[in-house]
Structure formats: C-alpha cells, structure tokens
Design a protein around this ligand. Structure first.
Ligand SMILES: NC(=O)c1ccc[n+]([C@@H]2O[C@H](COP(=O)([O-])OP(=O)(O)OC[C@H]3O[C@@H](n4cnc5c(N)ncnc54)[C@H](OP(=O)(O)O)[C@@H]3O)[C@@H](O)[C@H]2O)c1
Length: 305
C-alpha cells in the first residue's frame, strides 16, 4: 500500500534537453534544490522511469537520493520492450534501474503497458517475485487499459500481492480516464490513481497563452491538447484562484485533481515552481468550484466529447 501522499514530483524533464531544455533553462543544481526543498517540506514522492532520457532521470534522482538515505519514496517504471521476453529480462531491467538509482530496493515499481511477447500473466509472475524477494515494496501499473488493470490485479491477488496504484494521464485538458473505464475500475478496486501531466505539460499554467513554446518538439507533443477554449478555461481558473488568496491557474489545476482524490505529480524544474505547487495541499477548492471547472472543461478536454 502507498503512504497517504497528496502530491509528488514528476521527473520526466530531469536530464532531458531534447524536449524540456535541460542544461539551458535549468540544470542539476536547480533540480537538487527542488529535491532537497521537497523533502524539507514533506514531499517525498518522486516518480521516474527507466525510459526517461535513457535512464538519466534515474541517475540524477539516484545522486540526490544518496545524499538523503531512506528519505525519499522513489518510483520507477519497467517498460515492456518487444525484445524483453523472459523473466530474466525483467530482473535485468529492475537491477539496472536499482543501480542507476543507487538503491537496494524500490519503494514502487510500475509496470508499463504490455506490448510484445511478455503478456500480463508473465508480468504478474515477475511482479509477484519482485514483491516476494523484497526488492520491490509496491507494484503499480502505468498506462494500462481498464480491462488490463482488472486482469493484472486479479492475477496478482491470486499470488498474494496487490496493485498499489495506477499512473495515468489526467488533467483539465485530458479527462479520458473518466470515460475509458480506468477511473471506474480503480475506484471499484480501491486502487489510488497518480496523475501524469497534471498541468498538461505546462499549458494549464496559462503562461503559454502569451509566450511561445520555443522547443519545437515539445510544441509538437503538446498539440495533443485542445487549443480552442484554453483562454477561457485559464480565465476561469484564475478567477477561482483569486477567491483563494490569489492562487494561480497551475495551483487550481493541481487542486482540482486533489479534489478528485488522485495524486498529481507535476514536473518541476526550479524551487519557484516547487513552492507554488507544494502549497496546493494547504487549501481546498469548494465543491461548486470543482463543478464549474468540470462543466467548463467538458466538451473542451480530450475524453469529454
Ligand atoms: N509527458 C508525458 O508524456 C509523461 C509520460 C509518462 C509519465 N509522465 C510523468 O508525469 C509527470 C508530469 O508530467 P510532465 O512533467 O510531462 O508535465 P506537467 O507536470 O503537466 O507540466 C510540467 C511542466 O510545467 C511547468 N511548470 C510546472 N509547475 C509550474 C508552475 N508552478 N508555474 C509555471 N510552470 C510550471 C514546467 O515546465 P516549463 O517551466 O518549461 O513550462 C514543468 O516542466 C512527468 O514528469 C512524469 O513523471 C509524463
């Protein structure tokens, strides 16, 4: 079972120059400040993946965590690549992640959506073994469909384990999990949800209404979000935020997720962003404000058409 986290830190941008401008807009020192200040403020949950910049995100996180032994709660992900077909492939990937993270065991190991030859039954066996040997304290799922979550959870329960969480995209511009069955199955099975891209990769901060996203690759990836209506949504978020001691739209976006009982893991590059994002656990949107945001984003967000 996961500790009762309200928010965590996403690390996809840690070490990534290609999409996120690491080394230009922020560097290892600014990320170290984010890490240490997070811990000082009781934010212990960091989510990474072996796939983030070919393991560099894990390496950076590992260097930081080594300076604060046993203090951070670290999650990484196994990616079922097509050429990974044996249990030994799983073990090798897990050991490589542990080495990059400079850890002897993982607080949370999330299994990415099965592709290729290693199907759910074999992944469940691998997960159960990792739990049994104590190399992994919790198993999570990332990017799984609703029926896959149900199948994985059922099989793992039979082997004496349990799925501790599901990580999936959820934000005011992408509400697919509300209609594709993922939210419902997680609620039915009492599995906590961790929200990837809670700020729609930065769009919900509102800053990109006025300033262009310089990085062309990032701009392209962010085209998956609807542009029409974003202006009005940000205006509404700022209006609602102004009723809560002038909170900004990023803070409203994260609080909306907290009210939905999911755990946002915003990507954070510097302490200014951390200080804004971490304080969203200190106040609550009113139910009627959540409904206004729900209503405004309906028809605009992916998954609500
Ligand atoms: N992106 C994906 O496809 C994906 C896939 C798998 C897993 N995940 C997980 O989900 C986590 C979160 O998603 P994400 O990092 O892609 O996007 P996100 O959390 O929606 O947005 C993060 C970006 O928003 C900006 N930002 C954050 N807080 C801010 C604030 N208070 N004020 C202004 N700007 C702020 C920062 O970028 P700028 O300052 O450059 O705008 C930051 O990198 C990832 O780190 C990763 O762990 C993401």
């Amino acid at each position: 079972m996961l500790p009762n986290f309200k928010i965590g830190v996403g690390t996809i941008a840690w070490g990534n120059q290609l999409i996120w401008d690491y080394g230009i807009a922020y560097d290892e020192q600014s990320l170290y400040e984010v890490f240490s200040r997070s811990l000082q403020n009781g934010i212990r949950f960091f989510s990474t993946s072996e796939a983030f910049t070919d393991g560099d995100s894990e390496r950076i996180l590992g260097r930081f965590a080594a300076k604060y032994p046993e203090q951070a709660f670290i999650s990484t992900k196994y990616v079922p690549r097509p050429w990974r077909i044996r249990r030994s492939d799983f073990l090798r990937a897990m050991n490589a992640s542990l080495a990059r993270l400079q850890l002897r065991r993982l607080d949370l190991y999330q299994i990415g959506q099965p592709t290729g030859l290693m199907g759910i039954p074999m992944l469940v066996e691998c997960a159960a073994e990792a739990l049994d040997t104590g190399m992994v304290k919790n198993i999570g799922l990332s990017g799984f469909k609703a029926n896959e979550i149900e199948q994985f959870s059922d099989l793992l329960n039979r082997l004496g384990g349990a799925v501790s969480c599901v990580e999936t995209e959820y934000n005011l511009l992408n509400r697919e999990i509300e209609t594709n069955g993922v939210l419902k199955i997680c609620q039915d099975l009492h599995i906590p949800i961790i929200a990837q891209c809670p700020l729609a990769m930065g769009l919900l901060t509102g800053k990109y209404l006025n300033e262009p996203i310089v990085n062309g690759l990032r701009r392209k990836i962010m085209q998956r979000y609807p542009a029409n209506g974003l202006n009005g949504l940000i205006r509404l978020m700022n209006l609602i935020g102004s009723e809560h001691e002038g909170r900004n739209s990023a803070q409203v976006a994260l609080n909306w997720l907290i009210q939905k009982k999911v755990i946002p893991i915003p990507g954070i590059k510097n302490v200014e962003q951390l200080d804004q994002n971490r304080t969203v656990t200190e106040w609550d949107l009113k139910p009627e404000e959540v409904t206004r945001l729900d209503d405004y984003s309906a028809g605009l967000a992916v998954g609500t058409e």
